[in-house]
Design a protein around this ligand. Structure first.
Ligand SMILES: *Cc1c(COP(=O)(O)O)cnc(C)c1O
Length: 402
């Protein structure tokens, strides 16, 4: 099943795809799959979106890459648009979420360095966090399974239990630079931080002269029914990392910051060869063309509610398989009573693609362009998958009793 020329770092499903259109993927043998994984919250506009295809192919004929030693008009335009639509005043573009996080960590540390507090370099994070796979990001995420065997852990991260505001306050010391958290933990199992808690953390940061750094790599760019998830809490961060949905499948990330928080990132302090190149910026601007269209994000919110209600119905009818629903917009998780991997496999047998996550959660992250009919179709397939798992549970019980 696995190719011996590749690092075997992924436990891959034995499935390859040939093409995609909207919410549908077609495997090499011609089978159609309903894609409620969207490349893990990446294909926000689905597959082969006509506007993205036209933009990418048009740009490919003109210019791909020039290096950041020159001005890149589309990069300037994308930054201006992101700033106009958010809390930010400054943007640094990257090729991935991990690099956006690295940029965010460096921005936070430099801020305190240039404001005369170089000793403030530590960030407080939450247990269950996921910030990527670079050495800095695995240290920030703090998960033993990702740190093991990779040498000394990058210094400067203090972890407290998820959502524990008192522990967070207690962890603030003279070396604290800020708090780095996901408004909704993604890999950790679609764990939303209550809006009140996010507000409280904003206040604590202000009271202590430290920065609020948000990881919206998974929950940003319209996914939760707002451009950025923190908007639900009515607060603004100082620094934010975005990626995944921002390029619609083209590798793009962004580290965004206020003018004040970004003030240490002066000429020569940071860089990226590819980050923000013309090809990537053309596509990311095209993604924003659609996501910022009036009504698009509101529609995500509305459809998210529809999906959530229908999933709640599935929980009611399959209490042995499913436990609860959580999440916001089209970033939803079902806490399972069975291994989520079993549900992912059973759903895949019914040509529905989903993703597992921590805390025994099955993630549903459909493209933001999903229709109500496609939601109904997915619910039907998940229902069939759950029924199959229940039948198996009943058979095992019967077998054990005999
Ligand atoms: C996916 C993810 C990352 C890492 O992004 P990569 O592009 O894989 O480097 C960081 N933070 C969060 C919340 C993510 O979901």
């Amino acid at each position: 099943m696995s190719n011996t020329s590749l690092y075997p770092t992924y436990a891959r499903a034995d499935l390859t795809f040939e093409r995609g259109e909207g919410v549908w993927l077609e495997s090499s043998d011609g089978t159609r799959y309903l894609d409620f994984a969207a490349g893990i919250a990446v294909n926000g506009l689905g597959h082969a979106h006509p506007h993205l295809v036209a933009t990418l192919t048009g740009q490919a004929e003109k210019l791909w890459h020039v290096s950041n030693v020159f001005r890149i008009p589309d990069q300037e335009r994308l930054a201006e648009r992101l700033c106009a639509a958010s809390f930010a005043d400054r943007v640094f573009f990257t090729n991935s979420g991990s690099e956006a996080i690295e940029g965010a960590i460096k921005t936070a540390r430099r801020y305190h360095f240039v404001t005369g507090n170089p000793e403030r370099y530590r960030l407080i994070t939450f247990e269950g966090a996921f910030h990527g796979r670079t050495l800095g990001a695995i240290a920030a995420g703090g998960q033993a399974k990702y740190l093991e065997g990779f040498g000394p852990r990058v210094e400067g991260f203090d972890q407290v239990p998820f959502g524990d505001i008192e522990a967070l306050k207690a962890a603030i010391g003279p070396e604290t630079a800020g708090v780095l958290i996901e408004p909704i933990q993604g890999e950790g199992g679609i764990r939303p931080l209550p809006h009140g808690d996010l507000k409280r953390i904003r206040e604590i940061c202000d009271d202590n002269g430290i920065l609020l750094v948000l990881d919206e790599v998974q929950c940003g760019i319209g996914r939760t029914g707002r451009l950025f998830a923190h908007e639900w809490a009515g607060i603004e961060p100082d620094i934010l990392a975005a990626a995944k949905g921002i390029g619609g499948g083209f590798p793009v990330g962004a580290c965004m910051a206020t003018e004040e928080a970004a003030k240490g990132m002066t000429t020569g302090t940071h860089g990226s060869t590819y980050g923000g190149n013309p090809l990537a910026m053309a596509v990311a601007n095209a993604v924003l063309d659609v996501v910022l269209e009036p009504g698009f994000i509101e529609r995500v919110s509305r459809l998210g509610l529809t999906l959530k209600q229908k999933l709640a119905g599935l929980v009611d009818s399959h209490p042995e398989v499913f436990e609860t629903i959580r999440g916001e917009g089209l970033m939803l998780g079902i806490k399972c009573r069975v291994a989520p991997a079993d549900v992912v496999a059973a759903a895949r047998d019914h040509q529905l693609l989903t993703v597992g996550a921590g805390d025994n959660v099955l993630r549903l992250l459909p493209p933001l362009i999903v229709t109500e009919q496609e939601i109904d179709e997915a619910i039907g397939r998940l229902d069939a998958a759950a029924t199959e798992i229940e039948t198996r549970i009943a058979e095992n019980r019967k077998g054990a009793a005999e």
